[in-house]
Design a protein around this ligand. Structure first.
Ligand code: URA
Length: 428
């Protein structure tokens, strides 16, 4: 037992047996784990006990506070505009951060978007932006705050000092089957967002085959937990529950998603991407006290595009650089006439990953050009021989595995399906 502390085994036993951890136990275990005094195997056992036994709201609040206290908390009070951020729990083709951040900045807010890289079948915002030649994800705190003041929009990597306990714990959860615990997901996401210093936050909690949360009940519980944590820390927080059984838009990959985002900023783009971008922008502007701003107009009149160009240039990127082109493309065609009844987000996400757009391990490199481009979406009429989607890769050897992953993802039926609404509910 550490002087002045608890024995890790006692903390594990308390949770294993269904008890409630005391504030002291939580503060101690997070601090001691961050400093290397609690071993990975002990933290793994505790994470599994939490997954199986759950946590009370008071425990989750204390756990989150301890994770915030493990590192620095940024102060964004003097950037000259109200700050508001958005976080998505992750989905296939979810490029919404790209058009949304400059759009909300163009309407008068400052958007401090600290993002991550993708792992598995969902892509990462930084991987997408890194397909733009010259763009760099790493900024110092001073650069981050200066860009927020000058441009109003920053998307960059979170620094090492932001909730370091979460960085360590998330890597451990990833390899111990404990990612799915709702208290751990909620505290992980919210500790980083609260430490980042935003005054308001809009959460996009995805539900469906391509999301973390497969069931609406779990998504609701996660949303309510995170909204409560935001409120407890003085961050105005609301959540939208949104559909993620179908990929968002037509592009799934890195450069292809940047291209689609630029189409949205130019006033075009797929209707579902535009709808969700505007729905989240309205929530963010309302949370920032700018409910009178008109994001639809900012998309139409080019202000959001101007802000995008400034945001990309400020981080060394060339907004006019042509998108990288994949060496190999394969078109997959419909075998019969009918209506597209479903395009499964998980299958398409795995296909994009196999093509090289995503990584299996943190150290893997991703391909800028690889990905899937859908030619049809649910509800569309098709004839035998029409292209359903195309697979793009740098290396032809990647195509068969991607084709196998995507094969059963597109279902064609005789009757026109009813297409599910994109925004399912609002919590907060
Ligand atoms: N994203 C996070 O940042 N943390 C989690 O636990 C899950 C998703």
């Amino acid at each position: 037992m550490t002087a002045g502390g608890f024995a890790a085994v006692e903390v594990i036993r308390t949770k294993r047996d269904g008890g409630t951890l005391s504030d002291g136990q939580i503060d101690w275990v997070i601090d001691a784990y961050t400093r290397g005094l609690v071993a990975d195997e002990q933290m793994s056992a505790l994470a599994m006990a939490i997954l199986l036994r759950g946590m009370t709201p008071a425990e989750v609040a204390r756990w989150t506070a301890a994770m915030i206290a493990s590192g620095e908390r940024l102060a964004l009070g003097d950037v000259g505009r109200p700050t508001v951020d958005k976080h998505s729990t992750g989905g296939v083709g979810d490029k919404i951060t790209l058009p949304l951040t400059p759009l909300v900045a163009a309407c008068g807010a400052a958007v401090p978007q600290l993002s991550g890289r993708g792992l598995g079948h969902t892509g990462g915002t930084l991987d997408k932006l890194e397909s733009i030649p010259g763009w760099r994800a790493g900024l110092t705190n001073d650069e981050f705050i200066r860009q927020l003041r000058d441009v109003g929009a920053v998307i960059c990597a979170a620094g090492d000092q932001l909730a370091p306990a979460d960085r360590k714990l998330y890597a451990l959860r990833d390899v111990t089957g404990t990612v799915e615990a709702i208290p751990l997901i909620a505290s992980s996401i919210m500790s980083k967002k609260i430490a980042e210093g935003t005054a308001a936050l809009v959460l996009d909690v995805k539900v469906g085959t391509g999301a973390f949360m497969k069931s609406l009940d779990d998504a609701r519980e996660l949303a309510a937990t995170m909204v409560g944590l935001g409120a407890a820390h003085g961050v105005r927080t609301v959540a939208l529950l949104t559909e993620m059984s179908t990929p968002l838009g037509l592009a799934v990959g890195n450069a292809v998603e940047v291209t689609e985002s630029v189409e949205v900023l130019a006033g075009g783009g797929p209707p579902d991407v535009v709808e969700l971008t505007l729905a989240l922008a309205r929530e963010m502007l309302a949370a920032a006290g700018l409910a009178d701003a008109d994001p639809e107009r900012a998309l139409r009149d080019g202000r959001a595009m101007d802000r995008w160009r400034a945001m990309i240039s400020a981080q060394g990127g060339d907004p006019d650089a042509p998108a990288p082109v994949a060496a190999e493309t394969e078109h997959v065609r419909a075998g019969r006439d009918g209506y597209v009844a479903a395009v499964d987000a998980y299958g398409i996400g795995v296909a994009a990953w196999r093509l090289g757009a995503g990584r299996a391990r943190k150290e893997d490199r991703v391909s800028a050009a690889a990905g899937v481009l859908l030619h049809r979406r649910p509800g569309d009429r098709v004839q035998a021989g029409d292209v359903l989607y195309e697979l793009r890769a740098d290396d032809a050897a990647r195509i068969p595995a991607a084709r196998a992953a995507a094969e059963s993802s597109v279902r064609i039926a005789d009757d026109r399906p009813t297409v599910a609404p994109l925004v399912i509910d609002r919590v907060g």
